[in-house]
Design a protein around this ligand. Sequence first.
Ligand SMILES: Nc1ncnc2c1ncn2[C@@H]1O[C@H](COP(=O)(O)OP(=O)(O)OP(=O)(O)O)[C@@H](O)[C@H]1O
Length: 304
Amino acid sequence: MTNIIEVDNVSKQFNNREILKDVSFIIKEGSINGLLGPNGAGKTTVIRLLNGVIDATTGQMKVMNFDPKQQGDEIRKRAGIVTESASLYHDMSAWDNLAFFSKLYGKYYSNRINYLLQQFDMLPYKDQVVGSFSTGMKKRISLAKALLHNPRLLFLDEPTNGLDPEGINEVIHYLYKVNQEEGVTILICSHVLHQLESICDSYLFLNEGRIVEKGAKQELEDKYLKEISLLVETGLNPVNSQSYKGYPYNRKGSNQLEFLLASKDAITPLLTNILSETWVHSCEITNRSLEALYFNIRGERGDE
Ligand SMILES: Nc1ncnc2c1ncn2[C@@H]1O[C@H](COP(=O)(O)OP(=O)(O)OP(=O)(O)O)[C@@H](O)[C@H]1O
């Protein structure tokens, strides 16, 4: 896979305040990437730099082999962006909005509009005014708008803000579909980590303007998950209140025990032991989520 984005030692100052410091990362073509960090970390600033909307104070960037400083227009021709505000005309229909923006981009193809409306399950609503849509439906039209010109790269700034859990799942599903069917590389900024877990190939963690960690989930798990918390719903009632056959545990409820294990390899022998004595209805690793990893990363670096 080739690098579609290369960022090398980029810093950005606003009014002598350093907002981004020595930021370096690469993004592979065709991948889905999460740029994660708390409010004010600098995520939107990274996207604005990559699109050539603002210039880096120092450092080098290449986006689709173009330099955002000199060739922002070339990048914007080949990239789509979905920001928090939908930027749609509420008194115009879904179809008219998409037709208007595609003419504005100089790329009006009714087939493309039709295809995108179909992809996002919005074809039945094409003649309804956008103002009558739910937040989730507006988000789908914003996605279609960002993809009108067949971009190679899609930037999304907090795409799930304001959506209910069902709406969030929908957006995640449609983003995955776009990536799979059109091969679009995706960079998603978010401060809500668990929503991205099912689709991201790779993560960048930004905190106070610095990349504090990056990598694929497996790499991050290998690095940070030193202990497994296993929540077991079971009828087991160990005599010892702190450990069962050498496995330390905490009681979480009348039928719930949380075991602390050195690695996943300990799960099978533990469950075999329990099952030889009593029932087990469920078991779940509770500290392998992205959220848990994120707090491990922040905690380990003393950022909390
Ligand atoms: N044009 C600007 N002039 C001065 N300061 C700015 C400008 N743009 C951003 N900042 C500051 O840069 C910091 C990072 O902002 P940015 O919007 O990139 O963060 P973010 O991670 O996207 O946050 P959020 O999750 O709240 O959107 C903030 O402290 C913000 O006030």
